[in-house]
Design a protein around this ligand. Structure first.
Ligand SMILES: NC(=O)c1ccc[n+]([C@@H]2O[C@H](COP(=O)([O-])OP(=O)(O)OC[C@H]3O[C@@H](n4cnc5c(N)ncnc54)[C@H](O)[C@@H]3O)[C@@H](O)[C@H]2O)c1
Length: 244
């Protein structure tokens, strides 16, 4: 279109979803949802943007901007209706519907994830637990029996599963990922400490608690540089442990 202002590549990448909501806002919506669930549990019917922002740990101007993408502006002098805003955000994220999930690798982490009740209360139903180890197969975790990974295609189709969680050791993760994708899984949450590749159209997210801890260590180190004498410094750790 000659003469028309074209969005820059960066803008297109930033606004990658079809509603034009920036990805950074999308990433904060689950945080707002969790804060709203907390407010509901405390019996709060309405809240100001400042209250919600404090509960979510963001600044209130950013929160108001984020919620404006959902067409939610609150009522002057009253604030936001907690229940309605919770519904709006849940609908935007897509958690008003039931999402069946498969977890692959039911070792220490897989057991913890399978036993975590917070998934079902947020719209995620664990539909299948799969492991390659015959010793683990047949064991019950909650309401489910651990089944063999070779059943993945059949189970994904039967339960219409779109989300797969990988909790296998790193060397197995790419092959598990490929087979999940081949079975029809289009979103993957990877806990294995390895970079996975997926084809276009498959969403991949990685959780790495050690990276989060390293970020905290970085901030601790900066705090200790600013405030000498603060306890908990890594100063007397062996050089190897602190990466020196
Ligand atoms: N992201 C994080 O913050 C975080 C935290 C803890 C562990 N981890 C990672 O999670 C993974 C699991 O850790 P864990 O302590 O539960 O290990 P684990 O050894 O207890 O469990 C791994 C399970 O995966 C199964 N498995 C192996 N290959 C498989 C395959 N090809 N298909 C299906 N199942 C297979 C094993 O039989 C075993 O039951 C590891 O990669 C670990 O590094 C990540």
């Amino acid at each position: 279109m000659p003469g028309a202002a074209r969005p820059t590549a960066a803008k297109v990448a930033d606004r990658s979803n079809d509603r034009g909501i920036p990805e950074a806002t999308v990433a904060r919506l689950p945080v707002y949802l969790r804060a709203l669930v907390g407010l509901t549990e405390r019996g709060t019917a309405t809240c100001s943007s400042e209250e919600l922002a404090a509960a979510a740990g963001v600044n209130s101007a950013k929160l108001r901007k984020d919620l404006s993408y959902l067409g939610s502006y609150g009522t002057r002098g009253v604030g936001y209706d907690v229940e309605y805003l919770r519904y709006q955000i849940a609908r935007e994220i897509g958690v008003t519907q039931d999402w069946p999930v498969v977890i692959v690798g039911i070792g220490n982490l897989g057991h913890a994830l399978a036993n975590f009740s917070g998934f079902s209360s947020r719209g995620f139903r664990i539909a299948a637990l799969l492991d390659a180890d015959p010793e683990r197969q047949g064991e019950r975790v909650g309401d489910l029996e651990i089944l063999g990974f070779e059943q993945v295609e059949q189970l994904v189709e039967e339960h219409r599963i779109a989300i797969g969680v990988i909790a296998t050791p790193a060397p197995a993760a790419q092959a598990v990922c490929d087979r999940l994708v081949g079975a029809g899984i289009t979103s993957i949450l990877n806990f294995a400490p390895v970079v996975l590749s997926v084809p276009d159209g498959v969403d991949l997210r990685k959780v790495d608690l050690s990276i989060e801890l390293q970020i905290l260590a970085y901030h601790e180190q900066r705090k200790s540089a600013l405030l000498p004498g603060l306890s908990g410094l890594p100063g007397d750790l062996p050089a190897k442990a602190v990466g020196r």
